[in-house]
Ligand binder design. Structure first.
Ligand code: PMV
Length: 342
């Protein structure tokens, strides 16, 4: 049945980062990672069959075609899926992020996840995840396919706290939601120090990471940190989890800052902010801990009960920076609208 297949896939924030991937096309990470799936920070992608010769991609009322370098990953992913499963129909794709692209909020995770689900739904005419499963696309398979478009996208396919294990071989990677979103309803409050697209994308950074003298020691320490973070999740103690989050984020940045071609994602304003946050926490003014992805924006992870105090502190401290408020979320959605209703 023709119609519009819409996937809404949340972004995710890594508590233990995927940083460094092994050579090859399989997006095989150097280490296991663990993330929290977000809720309203998401990508919504609607796909229908197109009468044109090739796929078209609409974003912010603008159309993009193949060969537009900004959307290389999108068209590669469509080609990979079409070739892998023998789909030939051109698709019309409309996509919208609820946050600025390339700003250290994983737009590639939610974007490639939403594209993968919506495109496969349109090709197989699956109106629900149940239909996708019947067509041979389990949640694990969808995660595998999304991962090939963008590594961290695989984690966005699950809700709550999500573990991505690298496995013994590139085709044996494992994903699992350790706890659902309502197990521990944490929040992520994001301070945007810049919403511009970053100059060094994560693909390049994953390759550069290997050249840092800190990368080997980082990999050796990951199992212990993973255990500590999982034990903090098991006991739901923010004071236990928080310090690990900050150590992890700073280590990831230390690795890339000491690579053969150093990359500085952190701006002086972001560093000042971190310092002030730590002081405020030490003085008992707030209870929030930071983590930072490959960008200058700061994610503040905290419990619901600490949100109002954090908001008040941010209002006092920030000048023009935008703040996004989100919570842990349940994972992706797939909806169908028939042509008559569209
Ligand atoms: O999925 P990629 O290639 O955009 O890499 C994501 C890297 C980080 O966001 C910095 C860490 C992570 O695990 O999400």
């Amino acid at each position: 049945m023709s119609g519009i297949f819409t996937a809404r896939v949340p972004s995710n924030i890594a508590l233990i980062k995927y940083w460094g991937k092994r050579p090859g096309a399989m997006q095989w990470p150097a280490n296991d990672s663990l993330s929290m799936t977000l809720n309203t920070l998401n990508t919504c992608t609607s796909v229908s069959r197109s009468l044109e010769q090739d796929h078209s991609l609409w974003m912010n009322n603008q159309v993009f075609r193949r060969h537009d370098r900004r959307f290389d990953k999108t068209f590669h992913q469509l080609d990979r899926l079409a070739q892998g499963f023998g789909f030939t129909a051109p698709l019309a794709i409309k996509t919208r992020n609820s946050f600025p692209m390339g700003a250290g909020i994983a737009s590639s995770a939610s974007g490639l996840g939403a594209l993968t689900i919506a495109a496969l739904a349109a090709w197989t005419e699956a109106q629900s995840f149940h239909d996708l499963l019947a067509a041979g696309f389990s949640q694990h398979k969808l995660a595998d396919l999304s991962r090939q478009g963008s590594g961290s996208a695989c984690r966005s396919l699950f809700g709550g706290f999500v573990l991505w294990q690298s496995g013994d071989q590139a085709d044996q990677q494992h994903y699992e939601s350790l706890y659902s979103a309502d197990y521990w309803p944490l929040r992520d409050t994001v301070v945007l120090f810049s919403s511009e697209e970053k100059a060094t994308g994560s693909t390049e950074a994953h390759e550069l990471a290997w050249s840092s003298p800190l990368f080997g020691p980082r990999l050796s320490g990951i199992p212990e940190r993973m255990q500590a973070v999982q034990s903090a999740l098991a006991s739901r103690k923010m004071d236990e989890l928080g310090p690990w989050l900050e150590a992890e984020a700073l280590e990831m940045h230390a690795v890339i800052m000491t690579a053969s071609q150093p990359v500085y994602y952190l701006s002086p304003a972001a560093l000042d902010f971190i310092q002030a946050l730590r002081m405020a926490r030490l003085s008992g003014e707030l209870r929030a801990w930071f983590t930072i992805d490959a960008g200058p924006n700061i994610h503040l992870i905290h419990e619901d009960a600490d949100h109002e105090r954090l908001k008040a502190w941010l209002a006092k401290r920030l000048k023009n920076e935008q703040v996004l408020h989100d919570t842990i979320g349940q994972g992706p959605r797939l909806d169908f609208q028939s042509e008559q209703m569209a």
